[in-house]
Design a protein around this ligand. Structure first.
Ligand code: ARG
Length: 310
């Protein structure tokens, strides 16, 4: 019997399908960054920011951002990515450098590029969204808006299953649970909604890293028992990263890119992890370690500092 999968939000305890029931999808191959011209910590939007207002070494932040950009350009040279795109950081948008958050780009079943614009929790971050909307329009995207949702922070919380038309959506801190009902209808895709229960893991991208179609790395403490079960059902291999590495090194804010033709895969990660590093090695990644210390003072690292765009 064929499994009927609907384009709706599935809460973690309702998953009756297998990953093999889900249609395939082409991954985007461009990376969008925002220049750190106005990057700063001026308030406390997440627990990692506490005590860090005024503590950013601006010069070092620029150096680190450029190192990350060079690392992404290495992936372009290796033909795992096509382009690194840069949008100018805007004045009074101190968090704009975290380009994972303002939007969620997608491709519909006919190959059209669409993007849902975020509804940021904090006022200062709401100012960032129009810059991205204009940028996407130039790239030929159709931009979509949420009507019934109060909070949704883009790919910070909504992360695709690699190569599949399936999404995982974190909720509880920066995105409302109900957002996924509206988003699944808008994007025409099933979404597995996962509650995030620890404030240190305030976005899904702080506790979840895709390693490909079959494997994922997560931090147990971030999820409910039902959420952990749902992930174990969708992935052949689930690696549990110790909470210290996930919190102190932002290990689960690493970014992974894949080329399915050459089978090359590259992981970008804040420097110094041990358990996470070994898992990435074992899974066959080329690993590029980068120092993101200045951005971690704001609660973000590699994954937050880029957006994958079609
Ligand atoms: N200071 C930013 C905020 O709290 C950090 C965002 C990090 N981004 C992420 N995708 N986790 O909004």
């Amino acid at each position: 019997m064929e499994t009927k999968i609907q384009n709706k939000a599935y809460f973690a305890n309702e998953i009756h399908f297998e990953i093999s029931d889900i249609k395939d999808r082409t991954e985007p191959r461009n990376i969008l960054m925002a220049s750190p011209n106005y990057f700063d910590v001026v308030d406390v939007k997440n627990v990692h920011m506490a005590g860090n207002a005024g503590k950013i070494d601006k010069k070092l932040a620029h150096i680190q951002w450029n190192e990350l950009k060079s690392a992404f350009n290495h992936a372009v040279k290796e033909k795992v990515l096509d382009n690194v795109l840069v949008i100018d950081g805007a004045k009074d948008c101190e968090d704009m450098v975290f380009t994972a958050n303002q939007s969620f780009p997608w491709i519909d079943e006919n190959g059209n590029k669409i993007v849902v614009m975020s509804k940021m929790r904090h006022d200062s971050r709401k100012r960032e969204v129009p810059f991205f909307e204009a940028y996407y329009q130039n790239l030929g995207y159709k931009t979509l808006h949420l009507n019934q949702t109060e909070m949704f922070e883009g790919m910070g919380d909504l992360i695709p299953h690699i190569g599949k038309r399936l999404l995982y959506g974190g909720f509880g801190h920066r995105t409302n649970k109900d957002a996924y009902t509206e988003l699944s209808a808008l994007l025409q895709v099933p979404i597995i909604a996962l509650e995030l229960i620890d404030e240190r893991f305030y976005h899904l991208d702080t506790c979840y890293v895709s390693l490909g179609k079959d494997a994922v790395m997560i931090c147990k403490e971030a999820f409910t028992p039902e959420g952990l079960q749902a992930l174990a059902k969708m992935y052949k291999r689930v690696y549990y990263i110790p909470i210290e590495e996930a919190v102190d090194y932002f290990a689960l804010n690493a970014h992974t890119v894949f080329d399915f033709v050459s089978n090359k895969k590259i992981a970008f990660i804040h420097k110094g992890t041990k358990v996470t590093y070994d898992i990435l090695k074992k899974e066959g990644f080329e690993i590029i370690e980068i120092d993101t210390s200045e951005y971690m003072k704001s609660g973000g690292s590699v994954f937050c500092m880029k957006m994958m765009v079609y």
